[in-house]
Design a protein around this ligand. Structure first.
Ligand code: COA
Length: 215
């Protein structure tokens, strides 16, 4: 594929996904200074300006040209606010990764972007399955994946790598025949056996539950 000419623009009326440009370097660099972003992703720390330049002007175009990674700039309210990408895809299965700047979090931006990209993986790249991974504890990412329809969540102890350190990882997937809608309930607060219900005024014996989303 030619970059940026062949990069498809994906839009849903609120969020637009498009090819990165050199103008995205500054906001991408600023976004990557966020400690939350550094905690939950594999970006280099400290994150230098040259990292943003290299990623957006070398790595991303190379991925499109080699047909091995497909990254889009996320535009919201007319501004670059983050990046979402698909990787691998060998045998029709690949992974998704994403991040959005702290200022716009909680507005549904990433859920919209993820739905667009998952649809493109199935319809544009002919993938059969998309894999989502996050370090255990990244509930914002897990919620986005759940809202998009990722399911079958498992925890892999030590499954993730973060700058040379192993971390426990959540993994869930969505298949090309699955609906892009939540599957199963969102996280329910676990109640231990013998939990005392203050309203009932008596100890209630019940099973501990932890039926979080994505199951
Ligand atoms: C994860 C991330 C991409 C989400 O982007 P976003 O645009 O805020 O996502 P959305 O607004 O579509 O949805 C976020 C959901 O998580 C919820 N949420 C946020 N923090 C949460 C937490 N600590 N616990 C539970 N839910 C949480 C929000 O309320 C929202 O759900 P709702 O719309 O049902 O209320 C963003 O937080 C981010 O960039 N984080 C840093 C990088 C990162 O973690 N990337 C993913 C690596 S796997």
């Amino acid at each position: 594929m030619r970059f940026p000419d062949d990069v498809p623009v994906l839009a849903d009326g609120v969020v637009t996904l498009r090819a990165h440009t050199a103008a995205d370097v500054e906001p991408a660099y600023r976004m990557c200074q966020d400690p939350v972003m550094q905690e939950w992703t594999t970006i280099p720390v400290p994150y230098l300006h040259e990292h943003a330049v290299n990623f957006l002007t070398e790595v991303v175009p190379a991925g499109w040209r080699a047909n091995t990674a497909w990254a889009w700039a996320i535009e919201y309210d007319g501004n670059y606010v983050g990046t979402i990408d698909l990787r691998d895809g060998e045998g029709g299965v690949g992974e998704v990764g994403f991040a959005v700047s702290a200022e716009v979090r909680g507005n549904g931006v990433m859920t919209r972007a993820l739905k667009l990209v998952v649809r493109y993986a199935f319809d544009g790249l002919d993938w059969k399955r998309v894999i989502w991974r996050a370090y255990v504890g990244n509930y914002a990412s897990r919620r986005v994946a759940w809202k998009t329809g990722f399911r079958g969540l498992v925890t892999i102890p030590g499954g993730g790598r973060s700058r040379g350190v192993r971390k426990d990882e959540w993994v869930a997937t969505i298949g090309c025949d699955d609906e892009l809608e939540p599957k199963g309930n969102w996280w329910a607060v676990p109640r231990a056996r013998g939990w005392r219900d203050p309203a009932a005024g008596a100890a209630r014996i019940g099973c501990a539950t932890s039926d979080g989303g994505l199951r």
